[in-house]
Design a binder for this molecule. Structure first.
Ligand code: PLP
Length: 484
């Protein structure tokens, strides 16, 4: 075994994994002898040298050019940019957690495993599911993981020919992308005029070749699918399964559970609903929770509690395998656990209620200044359209850019795709009425400016280190090297 890559987990049976420590060989003293002459440096590298204060000032100056939840309102719809309690950071940074080695023997990391097990249990309770795996790196990764499990499940029950996944036209782009990556064909169905799934369209799309339906509830318009149990019955009666995209759980956590609505599999975005600073690409965590029939397909290994009260890892033969190295994004799991424990069931319920209240307050105050494409109450977020400003040559993009000059992060724009000039606003529960009123007055002022001086909006932002950027051009034709 010496020198071999360590076996981290034993597959198969119901046995717990044995974890072997890596047998690290000591690096050779005379490394120069092992490298070819041509690869060796002739002179030491020229590393830049700057005094520490200058380095600190450089990075501090850069950080001040950034906008984050800690320096202003951030109503980016679908992303749940809520305040992330600093206590969670302290807990995740505790030495016993942050210094734990992922290859340490289970006996040495019982506390870490207990935390992971506790989070698995909490997620099962919050979602109404039977089994949880914490490996996924983010929501999209959870989607892919679940759809791979669905593939294995269909194969086992002899229904491999089911190759279509239904998604509503309001769905997040990751849904069809994940379905395609997992080898399914995506079928898009049109939403009704009320912004919900049109049952007739769903019925027409169902058939013997349907593997399942992917749904966000509340959906990306911020509207709750009130017919969800009927939808679940329809999909199930045709032999398909229901997948819950948990990105909008912030509207219902502690109040309603996808498991009770008839969903068979869900992913959660811990970095959204359960408080980890995100944006700019991470870190995230996208656990997957499933009903009992799908448990054996969950990624290996799962954290289990043994009969003697100790914790370990367990693997299933039928598992789709590991989807993330080691334990997944452990720090994000700890923050989620701290968040759940510090709020408790009542606190989670209150957070959801306040998120919904804040969104409805903003909707009510702004619905006459912009177009409200779907009448009625919203959940934790709502979608407005800036179509009424088109007559002045002002677009949703201009509204978004103008908000920056008010010190507010723009909302999500041009999504969902079914709303023209969409502005998708998610205030979250952690904002005060004063902050919401400041946002409302900025949005009203922008609508007024559109009528009086539209060019001012097209020139925004004016207060930032750089003005209006061509983001699409930058993404399509990136300049990755300096000219030098
Ligand atoms: C954010 C989001 C996703 C993707 O989640 P990531 O964690 O960013 O991968 C999927 N669906 C919806 C509705 C989302 O808002």
């Amino acid at each position: 075994m010496k020198g071999d890559f360590p076996t981290i987990f034993e597959r198969g049976g119901n046995g717990l994994s044995s974890v072997e420590l890596p047998s690290c060989s000591t690096p050779s003293k005379d490394i120069k002898k092992e490298l070819p002459e041509t690869a060796l440096r002739k002179s030491p590298p020229k590393l830049p040298e700057v005094p520490e204060p200058e380095l600190v000032r450089h990075y501090t100056a850069l950080s001040r050019r950034n906008h984050g939840v800690d320096n202003g309102f951030y109503p980016l719809g679908s992303c749940t940019m809520k305040y992330n309690p600093k206590m969670n950071e302290d807990i995740a940074a505790m030495d016993a957690f942050s210094s734990a080695h992922p290859l340490a023997p289970v006996e040495a990391v019982q506390g870490c495993l207990e935390a992971m097990y506790g989070l698995q249990e909490a997620i099962a309770g919050i979602t109404g599911m039977d089994a949880v795996c914490l490996q996924g790196a983010a929501g999209a990764h959870g989607e892919l993981t679940s759809l791979m499990m669905l593939k294995s499940y269909l194969k086992d029950i002899g229904e491999e020919s089911r190759n279509r996944i239904i998604v509503p036209d309001s769905s997040h782009g990751t849904n069809p992308a994940s379905a395609t990556l997992a080898g399914f064909t995506t079928v898009q169905i049109k939403s009704g005029i009320d912004g919900k799934i049109a049952l007739a369209a769903l019925e027409a799309a169902l058939g013997d070749d349907v593997a399942g339906l992917m749904l966000t509830n509340p959906n990306t318009l911020g509207i709750f699918e009130t017919e969800i149990t009927k939808i679940a019955d329809m999909v199930h009666s045709h032999g398909g399964l229901l997948y819950y995209d948990g990105a909008n759980l912030n509207a219902i956590a502690g109040i309603a559970r996808p498991g009770d609505m008839g969903f068979d599999m869900v992913h959660l975005n811990l970095h959204k609903t359960f408080s980890t600073p995100h944006g700019g690409g991470g870190p995230g965590s996208g656990p997957v929770a499933v009903k009992a029939a799908l448990e054996k397909y969950l990624p290996n290994p799962k954290v289990v509690k043994n009969s003697d009260g100790s914790y370990g890892f367990a693997c299933h033969e039928a598992s789709i395998g590991m989807v993330k190295s080691f334990w997944g994004n452990f720090g994000v799991m700890l923050k989620a656990l701290a968040y759940i424990f510090s709020l408790g069931w009542e606190g989670l319920e209150k957070a959801s209620e306040t998120a919904v209240l804040n969104a409805n307050y903003c909707l009510e105050m702004l619905k006459n200044d912009y177009v409200l494409p779907y009448e009625g109450r919203c959940m934790h977020e709502f979608v407005l359209s800036a179509e009424n400003l088109a007559a002045y040559g002002v677009r949703a993009m201009d509204v978004a850019k103008a908000l920056i000059d008010y010190g507010i992060h723009p909302p999500t724009i041009y999504f969902p795709l079914i709303v023209k000039e969409a502005l998708m606003i998610e205030p979250t529960e952690t904002e005060s009425k004063q902050t919401l009123d400041g946002f409302i007055s900025a949005m009203k002022q922008i609508a007024k400016t559109a009528r009086e001086n539209p060019q001012a909006l097209r020139d925004a932002p004016k207060t930032t280190p750089v003005g209006r950027l061509d983001e699409v051009g930058a993404a399509r034709n990136p300049v990755l090297k300096s000219g030098k």
